[in-house]
Design a protein around this ligand. Structure first.
Ligand SMILES: C[S@@+](CC[C@H](N)C(=O)[O-])C[C@H]1O[C@@H](n2cnc3c(N)ncnc32)[C@H](O)[C@@H]1O
Length: 698
């Protein structure tokens, strides 16, 4: 469904197209075409070998056939007689685009950009929903450059009169897109044929036997290549149909569990998930919707760029890029700064506009946490896990480079990318720091707002990294939530409840699991009665769960928002917004310090750094994990009754990681990190007020 999806605005709920998957896999040839197309789009294929024929079903969602779908869905294109008249009133735009703002020195120079661009543009292995890989941005024909004349360039594009302007822009681009799709289709057919030949060779069918001009032969070969896919899809569709109307359609000899088990087995084979993850994700939705979710994970999301309003206006950026042969349109009415890219003749990470910091490549759903946080001018804001800086730089733009953003990340390597983006985008109100965020608010507190865009399993961005399908274990869904809970408490404790303008915390992940989202939020509500959930202010998104399997969450969890690829055509995401109403109690701070001491950050390929739970009893992590499960109870709890001996040991390890010999500095270093006994008054000072002697900034 790639092309039709790509024409949808992101964020606007779209009707589900359930049987779409069934349409997708009519033949081996279309499957091959789909695989090829996804490779072009830079999608990482899932692990091979999950299917009986040795092919990877995971990334072959039959996009080829959707070319036809796209055409039939579109109204016949009529070339616009008049050039688009665009009108814009950009709230977020900084009106003064002075020479200073565009000063080359702010751009950070080619070296820096070159060094950093990799993180932002060429993607990184880590999980970061912002770091799209546009190096493979498809290049197309020349004939789709639309309206490069001055009338369009000097038009004004109004957000408030959005529909006209958006339609005009869309129409202006659609001709090029249509032509390009035709060309792509022809190319894909050629590719598909080529791949069919290769696949046949791999499956030991003699190349000489292949006569692809012969229809009968062709059909025979195809059925030899992909019979299992067709069978699996049919079985999945049928089981889902029964599960959706179980009373009426069930075979009386089979229970719901029988059907579910069977369909999960087929889902694992068809899409390439581990049984564990397939079940976890399947259980989030009704059966039919789960299928849509799995299907949508096979389709790359549209490329999106965020206009840097510190440097330019969206309309100007759009026109510059259109003139370079980029086909684009506004991402949707919900954002004033996003542009959705359909096609580009130039690598989007190397345009002059990119190098001058006029935009950043950023997934649409990554806008949402910052929009929910809504940082205000002149505030003091903390971004706890900031690299590579998509959200930090968005915050700085909303704050119009006033106030101060502390952009922290535990990974030094990723912090380099963060610094690069800050320079390239002309951000001047930000200080970068490199702590484990668990150390806040000890490092610094008293913030008006804090964003915790937490390290997570990435189950919302499987379309970008199919390895998640197989590389997540049950242990990950204990360790990550453990870290997320501790980070969230640290975020809460770092906020000034008495802030005149703020007092807010936003928690977000690019994961859709309940363990990493509602359970973490519920944990924070349990541990910090001085916060409450408030509306995110986001205009779309599904309500968070207040009930999931045997778990029950506080009714205010309805204020949180879930984002799904199949529902909104954006990466899977979760956003919760808290308001802090009072200082954190002294005993809670003490407990937090003790608990945090038992979580250390270790580098991983997933989000850069993640938690390693320290043994709380006998140095055995499994025991520790088990005990957490017991303590978790309904909401996922945490026991602060820690053994000081182990806390101290953990603190020493922290000191060692900082390159200090704990023996040499024993008393001082350990004392400086160890939780202090404080009175209630002192505690609130410590948690809610900034420390004057902040360490290691910049
Ligand atoms: C989802 S990414 C953040 C993406 C970022 N907010 C953005 O918009 O570009 C999660 C980040 O958390 C960082 N991280 C992991 N554990 C951390 C910790 N204990 N303290 C601070 N940062 C941590 C990782 O290095 C990673 O960069």
């Amino acid at each position: 469904m790639a092309p039709s999806r790509r024409l949808q605005h992101q964020g606007v709920p779209t009707p589900l197209d359930e049987p779409s998957g069934a349409k997708k896999r009519k033949s081996g040839a279309s499957t091959n075409g789909a695989i090829k197309k996804q490779r072009k789009a830079g999608v990482v294929p899932a692990a091979k070998g999950t299917l009986a024929n040795g092919k990877n079903a995971a990334n072959s969602a039959g996009k080829k056939s959707t070319k036809g779908d796209f055409k039939t869905q579109q109204k016949p294109f009529v070339k616009p007689q008049k050039k688009a008249q665009l009108v814009e009133d950009d709230d977020e735009v900084v009106s003064d685009l002075s020479g200073d703002a565009l000063d080359d020195s702010d751009v950070g120079g080619a070296d820096l950009d070159g060094a950093v661009g990799g993180l932002d543009i060429l993607g990184d292995d880590d999980f970061d929903s912002d770091a799209d890989d546009f190096a493979n941005a498809p290049s197309g024909s020349d004939d789709d450059v639309v309206d490069s004349d001055r009338e369009v360039q000097h038009g004004v594009w109004s957000e408030d009169e959005d529909s006209d302007a958006e339609e005009a822009l869309t129409a202006a681009n659609i001709a090029g897109l249509s032509a390009r799709l035709d060309k792509e289709r022809a190319e894909e057919e050629a590719d598909a044929e080529q791949e069919l030949r290769q696949d046949a060779l791999q499956t030991n069918i003699a190349a000489a036997d292949l006569d692809l001009d012969d229809d009968e032969e062709d059909a025979k070969k195809q059925s030899m290549l992909a019979p299992d896919l067709q069978m699996l899809r049919t079985r999945i569709t049928e089981a889902v149909r029964v599960l959706s109307n179980f009373k009426e359609l069930r075979d009386p000899s089979r229970s719901r569990a029988d059907y579910t088990q069977a369909v999960l087995k087929d889902i694992c084979a068809y899409y390439g998930y581990s049984p564990f993850l397939a079940e976890k994700l399947f259980s989030l939705f009704p059966a039919q919707e789960a299928l849509s979710f799995f299907d949508s994970n096979e389709t790359p999301r549209p490329m999106v760029i965020r206009t840097n309003t510190l440097r330019t206006h969206r309309r100007d950026l759009a026109h510059s890029l259109i003139n370079r042969g980029v086909t684009l349109e506004p991402v949707g009415k919900w954002s004033k700064v996003g542009l959705q890219i359909f096609e580009s003749q130039v690598p989007l990470g190397a345009t002059p506009e990119y190098l001058a910091g006029h935009y950043i490549l950023q997934a649409a759903s990554s806008f949402l946490p910052v929009m929910a946080l809504a940082p205000q001018e002149h505030e003091r804001v903390l971004d706890m896990a900031a690299a590579p800086g998509g959200k930090t730089t968005h915050m700085a733009a909303l704050m119009r480079n006033t106030g101060c953003v502390f952009a922290n990340d535990a990974s030094k390597d990723r912090a380099k990318g963060l610094i690069g983006n800050i320079h390239r985008l002309g951000v001047k109100n930000t200080i970068v720091c490199n702590y484990s965020a668990l150390e806040f608010p000890k490092v610094m507190g008293g913030f008006d707002r804090v964003l915790l865009d937490a390290p997570c399993s990435g189950t919302g961005v499987i379309a970008k990294d199919a390895s998640v399908k197989t590389n997540k274990t049950p242990d990950d869904f204990l360790r990550l939530p453990h870290l997320q809970k501790q980070l969230l408490l640290a975020a809460i404790d770092s906020v000034d409840h008495a802030s005149k303008t703020g007092g807010y915390i936003v928690y977000s992940t690019c994961s859709v699991t309940v363990e990493e989202n509602e359970q973490v939020v519920q944990y924070a509500l349990n541990k910090r009665p001085n916060v409450k959930l408030v509306p995110t202010g986001l205009v779309f998104g599904r309500e968070g769960f207040i009930k999931y399997q045997s778990k029950r969450f506080h009714p205010s969890l309805k204020e949180t928002r879930r984002y799904y690829p199949h529902a909104y055509n954006v990466d899977g995401f979760f956003v919760a917004k808290f308001k802090k109403t009072a200082p954190t109690a002294a005993n809670a701070v003490h407990a937090q310090n003790a608990s945090a001491a038992n979580v250390s950050s270790i580098p991983t390929t997933n989000g850069g750094v993640e938690a390693k739970t320290k043994s709380r009893a006998a140095g055995n992590r499994d025991e520790d994990v088990d005990s957490e499960v017991e303590e978790d109870g309904v909401f996922g709890g945490w026991d602060e009754d820690e053994d000081s001996k182990y806390i101290e040991r953990s603190l020493k390890k922290q000191i060692r990681r900082k390159g200090i010999d704990p023996k040499a500095t024993k008393s001082k270093a350990v004392q400086s990190l160890a939780p202090k006994k404080v009175t209630e008054g002192e505690s609130s000072k410590q948690a809610d007020k900034p420390e004057k002697s902040g360490r290691k900034m910049g």
